[in-house]
Each structure stands twice: as structure tokens, then as C-alpha cells.
Design a protein around this ligand. Structure first.
Ligand code: AMP
Length: 361
């Protein structure tokens, strides 16, 4: 069985690595021959909307998946016409547009921040008047890791934010004064089996995930997050791993966004859960029984952003798992991560403190 993965970044690399024990073979499509996935499987080099490259990939594989959210939907339809393609293209289409995503959440009874579509400066003025300050202006499409967004705190921020982002369709969201951010990662298989991991607590800086703590043991939030995940997954007749990110506001979940793919906030599952999100994604799209999603202890995952820490100092921390994606350093770029797992939350927090001291900020 050969699987095509669109995108050969670290998510693709970790997906392919997790499939090797199943004797699965992989081919990637990526615009760079030197992307992290190259360490694990051959890359068909081409742009994500290069129909010829997509056809070359499709001819060579039995099934297609993707690790990258900004794959053009038309390109994926082209693939799906000749090879099974999971997660469903429609889930990708909705996740690419913050308005479609929030409309879907609304239809499924999943709370979101208040929002307005913004296509002109007049729209923006009206939306700011309706939602009040502070609020967050974001591009509807193609935003990630905090790119394409501005927090508006004062009236005077409106003009410059419009100048910076106004060339693309936008969304204005009410600013959520959240207590915490959490996410849920779960897998649904082609047979309809669904398993969710425990919710995790995420800390972001400059819109980029820095630290994930797992598990977050709050039965009420877990039940709510799982119910939301199930509703979205069933809506799409989903297969693969699905992630939903939430704000916790006044003790309740408010959905921020979904990702139809394995997710950075699920990296802890490699060493911290019985079955990793990557293995479960493959099991899900291949119709295998899903693996146990229970945690094996208390885990912390720390991202390496922009600069790598000294490997051997990280490895001197007992039980530290160091992941180097093999990417060239660049400000704001995810270069690797570290996971520690301990029998207790206090033990995990001790290890985390030591790791955080070693990771350049
Ligand atoms: P996003 O790209 O939508 O995931 O946003 C990146 C980060 O910006 C989130 O993880 C939050 O920390 C922050 N953020 C985004 N939207 C809002 C909002 N409506 N209210 C408060 N903080 C937000």
C-alpha cells in the first residue's frame, strides 16, 4: 500500500515515520525537494496547484492524504477523481475560510466568538461599532500561526489594520478574554469509529503555539469538546485526524478554528499516548481499528521556534524526547519540538521548567 501525502513538512514527515511499522510506503508532493519529509520518502517536486505534479503523485499511489491546509480545493478534487482522498475535500474547503467554518460551527450548535464578514472599510467601521473594542481582524483565508491578523484596541487602530490587511476578504471577531486555550484531537475512521484524545492546554505567543500540556483533566470540558468533535466529524462523514481549537471563556468552550489534519497540539501523543495521532490518522484513512488514545502519563510539548536549542543539553534532561525537523532556522519558523512525560503533573512540570530554560525564546 502506497500513500501520497500532499505537503512534506514536519507533519508529513511524522506521518510517514509512523506508517513504516505497517510496511506502508509513502510519496510526498512538495514545492521543495529538501522539505523534512525527504528524510523518509521520495518527494514529487511541484507546486500544490500544479495539476501535472498532482497527477504524477496520484498515478504512483493507492490513496491520498494531506498535511497542509492551504492545498487548493480544485487540485484536491482533481486527485479525488482518481484516488480515494482523506480527509474529505469538503472539510478542507470549509476549514480554509474562517467565515464558512464559523457558519458551520453555528449550524452544529458549537459556540464561537461573535463575528462579521468585512469586505470594505465601511464594513469594518460598522463591524467595529457592532462588536466593540477590542476585536481581532483576520484574513478569511490562508492565515496561520498568527499571520494575517491584527488586534484592534483603539479606534485609531482601524485605519492601519485596514491598510495592512484590506486587500483580502476579512473577518472581524470579538476579542475573547479567555482563561485558557485548549484543543481536542480525534480520529474518525472510514468505518465510522471515532476516538478522541484528552483535551490539552495550549500556550501561544505571537499567534504561534509554544507549549502544550496534556492531559487537561476536566470531565465537563472533555465531554463538551468530544461532542463538538463528533458533530463536525459526522457532518463531513470524516476520515482521518481532526482538530478543533477552543478558547475557555467563563468556564465554557468557544470554538476558534478547526484543522482537518494532524496538529501541532497533538505532537505529545507520539510519546505521551498509547497510540500517536499520526498512527491513528493512518489507521483511520485505511479503515483499520483505531488505536487507544489514552495518555500514558502527564506530558508537555515545547516547540522550537526560530532557533534550535543545544541538543545534548535537552537530552541531558531525563526522558526528554528531542525532535529536529531538519529545517533551516528562520524567525518564527517551527524547527522541532521536545516532549517530556512523567507519572505525575508535578513531575512533568519540573521537567518542563528545565526544558523551557534551554529553549531560545
Ligand atoms: P488563530 O490563527 O485564529 O488560531 O489565532 C492565533 C491566536 O491568536 C489564538 O491562538 C489566540 O491566542 C489569539 N486569538 C485569535 N483570535 C482571537 C480572539 N477572537 N480573541 C482573543 N484572542 C484571539
Amino acid at each position: 500500500m502506497k500513500i501520497g501525502i500532499i505537503g512534506a513538512g514536519q507533519l508529513g514527515q511524522m506521518l510517514a515515520l509512523s506508517g513504516l511499522p505497517y510496511a506502508l510506503q509513502f510519496r510526498f508532493l512538495d514545492s521543495s525537494a529538501a522539505a523534512p519529509g525527504a528524510q523518509v520518502a521520495p518527494i514529487v517536486v511541484g507546486a500544490f496547484d500544479d495539476i501535472e505534479a498532482l497527477r504524477r503523485l496520484a498515478r504512483d499511489v493507492d490513496l491520498v492524504t494531506y498535511e497542509f491546509e492551504n492545498v487548493p480545493v480544485a487540485a484536491l478534487h482533481e486527485m479525488a477523481a482518481t484516488r480515494p482522498c482523506f480527509p474529505p475535500v469538503d472539510a478542507l474547503r470549509v476549514s480554509q475560510d474562517r467565515i464558512l467554518e464559523k457558519e458551520l460551527f453555528g449550524r452544529l450548535g458549537i459556540p464561537t466568538p461573535p463575528y462579521r464578514a468585512v469586505d470594505s472599510l465601511a464594513d469594518l467601521e460598522a463591524a467595529v461599532a457592532a462588536l466593540g473594542l477590542p476585536c481581532v481582524l483576520k484574513t478569511r483565508r490562508l492565515g496561520y500561526d498568527g499571520r494575517g491578523q491584527r488586534v484592534l484596541r483603539r479606534r485609531a487602530d482601524v485605519g492601519p489594520a485596514w491598510e495592512a490587511l484590506g486587500s483580502a476578504p476579512l473577518i472581524l471577531e470579538g476579542f475573547v478574554r479567555f482563561e485558557r486555550e485548549v484543543s481536542i484531537v480525534g480520529a474518525r475512521s472510514t468505518r465510522g469509529e471515532l476516538r478522541a484524545y484528552p483535551i490539552v492546554t495550549n500556550t501561544h505567543r505571537d499567534g504561534i503555539l509554544r507549549v502544550t500540556l496534556a492531559p487537561t483533566r476536566e470531565a465537563r470540558l472533555q465531554r463538551a469538546a468530544e461532542a463538538h468533535l463528533r458533530r463536525v466529524a459526522e457532518h463531513f462523514d470524516y476520515a482521518g485526524v481532526l482538530t478543533i481549537e477552543f478558547f475557555v471563556h467563563e468556564g465554557r468552550l468557544v470554538a476558534n478554528e478547526m484543522a482537518p489534519r494532524v496538529h501541532n497540539s497533538g505532537h505529545w501523543t507520539i510519546e505521551g499516548a498509547v497510540t500517536s495521532q499520526f498512527e491513528n490518522h493512518l489507521r483511520a484513512i485505511l479503515g483499520m481499528p483505531l488505536g487507544d488514545t489514552r495518555p500514558v502519563g502527564h506530558a508537555a510539548m515545547v516547540n522550537y521556534i526560530g532557533t534550535m536549542p543545544e541538543r545534548d543539553r535537552i537530552l541531558a534532561v531525563p526522558g526528554a524526547h528531542h525532535h529536529d525537523y531538519g529545517k533551516a532556522p528562520r524567525a518564527g519558523r517551527k524547527l522541532g519540538h521536545c516532549t517530556v512525560v512523567a507519572p505525575t503533573a508535578a513531575g512533568r512540570d519540573e521537567l518542563l521548567k528545565r526544558i523551557v530554560r534551554l529553549v531560545p525564546r
